[in-house]
Design a protein around this ligand. Structure first.
Ligand SMILES: C[S@@+](CC[C@H](N)C(=O)[O-])C[C@H]1O[C@@H](n2cnc3c(N)ncnc32)[C@H](O)[C@@H]1O
Length: 229
C-alpha cells in the first residue's frame, strides 16, 4: 500500500500545488494558518512537519517560530518534497527538508515542541503508529496537530459529495493527467474517521494526556490537537 501511495504522489508532484489551489479555492491557506494557531506555536519552538509534501505547513510554522525557531519538513516521497526548498527560498524562510516515513521517524525522543501532519494521516498505512511516532519525538507537554479532511453534514453534505466525487477527479485528472489520484484522494477523505472517531484513534495511541478538535468549513476539514503526556 505504502509504495502505491508513494508512487501516486510522485506522479502528481509537479502539479500538486496548482491543483490544490484550484480545487480548494485557496481556502487551505486559512486552514493551515488556523492549524499553526491551534498548535500554540511560539517564537523559538522546534517543529517537525510530517508528510509535508511541497512544504506549505512547514513554511507556515516557520513564519510563526521565527529565526530562533527551527522547522523540519519530512515526507516519504522524494518527488513531492523536492519542490519544498525552492518555495522556502522564494519566501525567504530557512526550513530543512528530509525524506522520512511518518511511521518510522529517524529522530530521537523529545526532540521537538510540536509535530504536525496536514492531509497526510489518512494516507499512512497505520495512523495510530504515525501518531505514536509523532508523540515520541515531541517533549512532554508539547503538541501533535493533525489537519485532515472530514465529511460535512447538513447543507454542505450533498454539494460537497457532488464536488468531491465528480468535479475533483475531472479537474484534478485533467490538470495532472492522473485521474486515479484525484479519485483516490476524495474517496479516502470520505472513508476516513473524522471528529470523535479520530479522537478514539488518538486515545488508542496512548501518547496524549488530552486531545481536542475543531471543525473547519462545516466539517470539510478538522484540526486535531493532542497534548503529549
Ligand atoms: C495530500 S499530500 C499532503 C501534503 C502536504 N502536507 C499538504 O498539506 O499539502 C499527502 C502527503 O503524505 C505523504 N505521505 C503519505 N504517507 C506517508 C508516510 N508514511 N510518511 C511520510 N509521508 C507520507 C505523501 O507523500 C504526500 O506528500
Amino acid at each position: 500500500m505504502s509504495e502505491k501511495v508513494r508512487s501516486m504522489f510522485a506522479d502528481i508532484a509537479d502539479d500538486y500545488d496548482r491543483v490544490n489551489s484550484i480545487l480548494s479555492f485557496g481556502v487551505h491557506h486559512a486552514w493551515r494558518s488556523r492549524t499553526v494557531q491551534l498548535s500554540g506555536a511560539r517564537e523559538g519552538d522546534h517543529v517537525l512537519d510530517c508528510a509535508t509534501g511541497t512544504g506549505d505547513l512547514a513554511l507556515e510554522f516557520k513564519e510563526k517560530v521565527g529565526e530562533q525557531g527551527y522547522v523540519l519538513g519530512t515526507d516519504f516521497c522524494q518527488e513531492m518534497i523536492e519542490h519544498a526548498p525552492e518555495k522556502a527560498q522564494t519566501n525567504g524562510l530557512a526550513v530543512d527538508f528530509e525524506v522520512a516515513d511518518a511511521m518510522n521517524l529517524p529522530y530521537e525522543n523529545d526532540r521537538f515542541d510540536i509535530a504536525s501532519i496536514a492531509f497526510g494521516i489518512r494516507n499512512v498505512d497505520d495512523p495510530v503508529k504515525a501518531l505514536k511516532e509523532m508523540g515520541r519525538v515531541v517533549k512532554a507537554g508539547g503538541k501533535v496537530v493533525v489537519l485532515e479532511f472530514g465529511q460535512p453534514k447538513g447543507l454542505l453534505k450533498y454539494p460537497y459529495e457532488l464536488y468531491s466525487q465528480y468535479i475533483m477527479p475531472a479537474v484534478g485528472g485533467w490538470i495532472s493527467g492522473n485521474r486515479e489520484a484525484y479519485t483516490y484522494l476524495p474517496r479516502t477523505s470520505a472513508e476516513f474517521p473524522a471528529g470523535d472517531k479520530f479522537v478514539a484513534l488518538m486515545k488508542e495511541s496512548g501518547v496524549f494526556g488530552s486531545q481536542s478538535y475543531e471543525k473547519l468549513t462545516g466539517g470539510i476539514a478538522y484540526i486535531y490537537v493532542g497534548t503529549v503526556r
